[in-house]
Design a protein around this ligand. Structure first.
Ligand code: PMP
Length: 435
C-alpha cells in the first residue's frame, strides 16, 4: 500500500536505504551521487561518524525535555557556538525545527519588536520577487515565487515585492554591476515611499537566492545600500540563510561576503546536515532588549523547539564547519566545482550563466545564449533534466522559475563539502550525460 502523500510526481520514488559519504544507495543497490545535498542540506555527507555518535550519545542521556520546563546542555552549547561565529551584534538564538519555522519566528519577532516599541501601525513586509522563504502561510506570503503563491492567494501577511538583484537578466546594456546593484536596491526606497515607511516592519531577502533562482548572489554593494535604506527608515533587515547559510557559500554566514549585518538571520538545512530537523533564528541584542523591556518574552513557541537530539547533532555540525575546517573546504572545493562547470559548460549553447559561491552553484538553461531567451514553460526542461540525471545516478536540483515575467530553467548544485576532486569529475560526467 502507498499511504504517503506523493511529492511533485505521482510516480513512487525509489526507497533510500543507506548513506555512504557523498552517495545515497536505494533498496535495489543503485548508487546516486548527491550533487545537491538533498536541497543544500547534507553538507557533511550521509555517514558522518561524529554526528551519528552525538545523536546516539544524546539519546542515551535525554531525548526530549519540554522547553516550557527545561533547557538542555546541547541547546546551550549550540547557541553559544552559533553566537561565537555569528555576525557582530547578533547574540540571541531561538532554536526551531526547520527553515519555514525559522522564517515564521523571524516575522513574528520583528512584528513583536515594533509592538513593544509602541508602533502597531507597522504591519507590512517588503521582500523580493523570485525568492523562497518557506511553505507555511506566513513564509509563503513573504516569498516572491508566483507559482507557489497564487494557488493560496489571498495570503496572510501584507507583503509587497521588489526586483531581485539578478544581474544576468536585470542589468541593462552598458550598466556596471555596481550601478545596477544601486539601482535595484533603490527600488526599496521607492517601495517604502509608496507604502509609507512608518507602516513597514522589515525587508526580507536571501543573500544568495537558492531554490527559485539557482544560486544567485547579489552584486557587490547591493546589500550595503539595502542596509542604509533600512537604517534611514528604522525598518529591520531580515536575511534568510536557510539555504545559503552554514558554510554553503564558503563562509559560515553568507552575508559575511556582502559585508552586511542583519537584525535577524534565519538558518536551517545545513545546520542539521540532514541528521536532524533543526533550524534557528538569530537576532541582535537590540531587538531582544526591546522584547525584554516590554512584555518580557517572545510570544511564540512550538513543542519541538530546541530538541536535545537535534541540538546535539547541530552542535557537532557547527563545530565541524568552524574549528573542523569544513567551511574552508567548501570554499576550496567550491572553486574546483566552479572551474569544472566553466570547463564543461562555459561554451554550451544552452547554458546562459554559471554563478554562485562556494559549494552553491547554479547553471541557467536558455534556448539562446546570446539573446538569453529562456526555454518555454511547456517544455518542462528542468523536470526532464532532473529525471535524466537521476537515471544516470546523479541527484541535482533543477527548477523552473519566473524571473520578472520570463519563465526560466536552472540547475542548482550543492554537493556535500566532503566531495573529492574525483567525485566532482563524476558529477560533471553525469551532468553532461543528462544535459
Ligand atoms: N528559506 C529558504 C531560503 C529556503 O530555501 C527554504 C527551503 N528550501 C526555506 C526557507 C524553508 O525551509 P524548510 O523547507 O526547512 O521549511
Amino acid at each position: 500500500m502507498n499511504h504517503i502523500f506523493p511529492r511533485h510526481t505521482k510516480a513512487r520514488p525509489p526507497i533510500a536505504a543507506k548513506g555512504d559519504g557523498a552517495y545515497i544507495i536505494d533498496t535495489s543497490g543503485k548508487r546516486y551521487l548527491d550533487g545537491s545535498g538533498g536541497a543544500a542540506v547534507s553538507c557533511l555527507g550521509h555517514s558522518d561518524p561524529d554526528v551519528i555518535n552525538a545523536i546516539k550519545g544524546q539519546a542515551d542521556q535525554i531525548a526530549f525535555a519540554h522547553t516550557g520546563f527545561f533547557t538542555s546542555e546541547p541547546a546551550e552549547r549550540l547557541a553559544d557556538r552559533l553566537v561565537a561565529h555569528a555576525p557582530k551584534g547578533i547574540d540571541r538564538v531561538y532554536l526551531v525545527s526547520g527553515g519555514s519555522e525559522a522564517v515564521e519566528a523571524a516575522l513574528k519577532l520583528a512584528r513583536q519588536y515594533f509592538l513593544e516599541r509602541g508602533e502597531p501601525q507597522r504591519t507590512r513586509f517588503i521582500a523580493r520577487r523570485q525568492s523562497y522563504h518557506g511553505n507555511t502561510l506566513g513564509a509563503l506570503s513573504t516569498g516572491g515565487n508566483a507559482w507557489r503563491r497564487e494557488p493560496f492567494a489571498p495570503l496572510m501577511i501584507d507583503t509587497s515585492h521588489i526586483s531581485p538583484c539578478y544581474d544576468y537578466r536585470g542589468r541593462e546594456d552598458g550598466e556596471t554591476p555596481e550601478a545596477y546593484g544601486q539601482r535595484v536596491a533603490d527600488e526599496l526606497e521607492g517601495e517604502l515611499q509608496r507604502l509609507g515607511p512608518e507602516t513597514v516592519i522589515a525587508f526580507v531577502a536571501e543573500p544568495v537566492v537558492g531554490a527559485t533562482a539557482g544560486a544567485v548572489p547579489a552584486v557587490p554593494g547591493y546589500f550595503k545600500r539595502i542596509r542604509e535604506i533600512c537604517d534611514r527608515h528604522g525598518i529591520l533587515l531580515i536575511l534568510d540563510e536557510v539555504m545559503c547559510g552554514m558554510g554553503r557559500t564558503g563562509t559560515l554566514f553568507a552575508c559575511e561576503q556582502d559585508d552586511v549585518t542583519p537584525d535577524i538571520v534565519t538558518i536551517a538545512k545545513g545546520l542539521g546536515a540532514g541528521y536532524q530537523p533543526v533550524g534557528a533564528m538569530l537576532c541582535s541584542s537590540a531587538i531582544y532588549a526591546a522584547i525584554e523591556a516590554g512584555s518580557g518574552f517572545f510570544q511564540h513557541g512550538h513543542t519541538y523547539i530546541g530538541h536535545p537530539m537535534a541540538c546535539a547533532a547541530a552542535d557537532v555540525v557547527v563545530q565541524k564547519l568552524t574549528d573542523g575546517g569544513m567551511t574552508d573546504r567548501a570554499a576550496r572545493m567550491g572553486d574546483v566545482l566552479n572551474t569544472a562547470l566553466h570547463d564543461a559548460f562555459g561554451q554550451h549553447p544552452n547554458v546562459g550563466d554559471i554563478r554562485g559561491r562556494g559549494m552553491f552553484r547554479g547553471l541557467e538553461l536558455v534556448a539562446d545564449r546570446d539573446t538569453k531567451e529562456p526555454f518555454g514553460p511547456g517544455l518542462g526542461l528542468h523536470k526532464a533534466l532532473k529525471a535524466a540525471a537521476f537515471e544516470a545516478g546523479l541527484i541535482c536540483y533543477p527548477m523552473g522559475g519566473t524571473i520578472d515575467g520570463r519563465r526560466g530553467d536552472h540547475v542548482l548544485l550543492a554537493p556535500p563539502f566532503i566531495v573529492t576532486e574525483d567525485q566532482i569529475g563524476e558529477l560533471m560526467d553525469k551532468l553532461s550525460t543528462a544535459m
